[in-house]
Design a protein around this ligand. Structure first.
Ligand code: SF4
Length: 545
């Protein structure tokens, strides 16, 4: 048996690092009591020794009682923190003051210890304990959610490293020393005599060592293999196989250790994840975590209901739709058909911007019936549209897809047109398409750079800025419907237009068949399969307790 989170093999019921205990103590059995439905019970209680420092290497998993409510809140809060880390990192240089300020502003409420120095002499106060516990548990929850694919692991690792770097840099010299000691990282500052003897070499090794900075900086003597990044960037003095690392660069070395630990743990967790299959309570929560949308809910909003009529869609698509939806609109107009993934993505988006059910039926019907007769449309497709509006099947009010969901799940196959063009279109093709939309050469280059760096939402934000002629979009893009609303604000002088809600069309389509009446013989099987999957795939749907 392997310990799922640390990755070490375990022969008995316990693991040296207690990671095995973490899972074995969770109430995974099928015979759950009412209480066990509400909590994920681990061993132990408050243990102050567990959290001696604000910073952690997350080597030991939590061994406490975690309620399912906490489980969800902790996970979502950390996800918001990591999203803030991502957007700050793209907007500003990671060494710049703006980056520090922006990140501090964005995360101080969700993660106060990220901006609070460790009080080495003050012991563990209540607020420290609670914040450190949350930090610890939330990291391990997201580790479970983000170990599943290469893309997810890479994203999680990058954001966790950036967060760790930011937090490390907030700490005082004493707190850093304490952290190194706690983690057996044997990096000691060189004695004053050695520092004086190497004064000239050390001063000239870094452009930061101007004025009296040199006098107040500690240098650490480290084997050069542990500081390859710094050697490569010629940021350190190298002598006889050792480099002399100024305190400000020590974080690079600590980060290498952090990266090594975490990437190994993620790979091992991914392999061991099937052990979790026993507990559907956790599985359901983990399954959609990486696609969770963290902003507004755009499902069937009363404020927009009826604002968009079928005839508005084509002109709006050119001005205010994000590329993913503009692409679907163009395909629909060209081919008079969209496969299931496209209909779900586009249909829910249109619902979110205010297209009402009767109008949606009219809109899809008018396109589809250019290549099939009305009966075929009513039999095979209108059910799906009514289903999206919660009028069929489970009667769930489906939520429009967030960017994360579009980007991370259900990648388009050949013949599909759904997905995010910044993520799923070949960069050369994307370039041509952007040029076709009159994005200037510099703009195209900037967008492609962001795409190549895997920053799809930021590439989309850049596209927004260029096509709306604004310097700074001023929002963090999370959702195609958010893109639409922000676009309308810009185009209407800062406000979403206040048109009176339209009375929905009174034209009714032919009677709609019930779910159990099934589809006609030539209804494509992949449509049925998708439909069934979609019915289980409601963003934000909470599993019954
Ligand atoms: Fe659509 Fe979001 Fe991709 Fe933009 S980033 S194209 S809004 S999925």
């Amino acid at each position: 048996m392997t310990c799922i989170l640390a990755g070490s093999p375990v022969e008995s019921k316990t693991c040296d690092c207690e990671l095995f205990t973490y899972l074995s103590k969770m109430q995974f059995s099928g015979n759950r009591t009412k209480k066990s439905r509400r909590t994920v019970t681990l061993t132990g209680g408050r243990n102050e020794k567990q959290y001696p420092h604000n910073l952690q290497f997350y080597k030991i998993p939590p061994t406490e009682t975690v309620s399912l409510e906490e489980f969800e809140t902790f996970a979502i809060d950390r996800l918001k923190v990591l999203k803030s880390v991502e957007s700050a990192g793209i907007k500003y240089m990671k060494t710049s003051e703006q980056y520090q300020t922006k990140l501090e502003q964005d995360i101080k409420k969700l993660m106060p210890i990220a901006v609070r120095k460790t009080d080495v002499d003050g012991g563990v106060q209540d607020k420290d304990y609670d914040d450190r516990r949350k930090d610890h548990i939330s990291h391990f929850i997201l580790r479970l959610a983000y170990c599943k694919s290469e893309d997810l692991r890479r994203w999680f690792l990058t954001q966790e490293m950036d967060l760790f770097r930011f937090r490390f840099q907030q700490e005082s010299k004493d707190a850093i020393g304490h952290f190194l000691q706690l983690n057996n990282l044997d990096y000691q500052p060189i004695p004053e005599e050695e520092k004086k003897a190497l004064r000239d070499e050390l001063k000239s090794s870094s452009y930061e060592m101007k004025g009296d900075k040199f006098e107040t900086t500690d240098f650490y003597k480290v084997p050069f293999q542990e500081a390859l990044d710094l050697v490569r960037a010629r940021k350190v003095y190298l002598k006889k196989g050792y480099v002399y690392v100024p305190q400000s660069e020590l974080v690079s070395i600590i980060l290498s250790a952090f990266r090594e630990n975490l990437s190994k743990a993620l790979a091992v967790t991914a392999r061991a994840l099937p052990y979790l299959q026993e507990d559907e309570r956790l599985l359901k929560r983990l399954a959609n975590l990486h696609t969770q949308y963290l902003g507004q809910d755009y499902s069937n909003r009363k404020s927009t209901a009826g604002k968009v009529a079928p005839e508005d869609i084509e002109p709006l698509s050119k001005k205010s739709f994000p590329l993913c939806m503009r692409n679907l609109q163009e395909t629909l107009r060209r081919e008079h058909h969209l496969r299931h993934g496209g209909r779900m993505q586009y249909g829910l988006f249109l619902k979110g911007i205010g297209l009402q059910l009767e109008d949606a039926l009219r809109f899809w019907r008018s396109e589809f019936t250019k290549m099939m007769d009305g009966d075929k449309f009513d039999k095979s497709y209108s059910y799906n549209i009514r289903h999206n509006y919660g009028k069929e099947g489970k009667r769930t009010d489906y939520t429009p897809y967030s960017c994360m969901k579009v980007i991370m799940t259900n990648a388009p196959a050949v013949g599909d047109h759904h997905g995010c063009p910044f993520r799923h279109t070949d960069p050369e093709l994307l370039k041509q398409r952007l040029q076709g939309y009159r994005v200037n050469t510099t703009g195209v280059q900037e967008i492609i750079e962001l795409v190549k760096g895997g920053h799809y939402q930021l590439a989309c934000t850049k596209y927004f800025e260029i096509t709306h002629n604004v310097d700074d979009a001023g929002f963090g893009l999370n959702h195609p419907n958010q893109y639409f609303e922000e676009s309308q604000k810009v185009l209407n002088g800062g406000h979403v237009p206040k048109t009176a809600p339209r009375t929905p069309s009174t034209q009714r389509s032919k009677p709609i068949k019930k779910e159990t009446e099934d589809f006609d013989d030539d209804f494509p099987m992949d449509e049925v399969e998708h439909l069934l999957t979609a019915s289980q795939d409601v963003v934000g749907e909470v599993a019954p307790e």
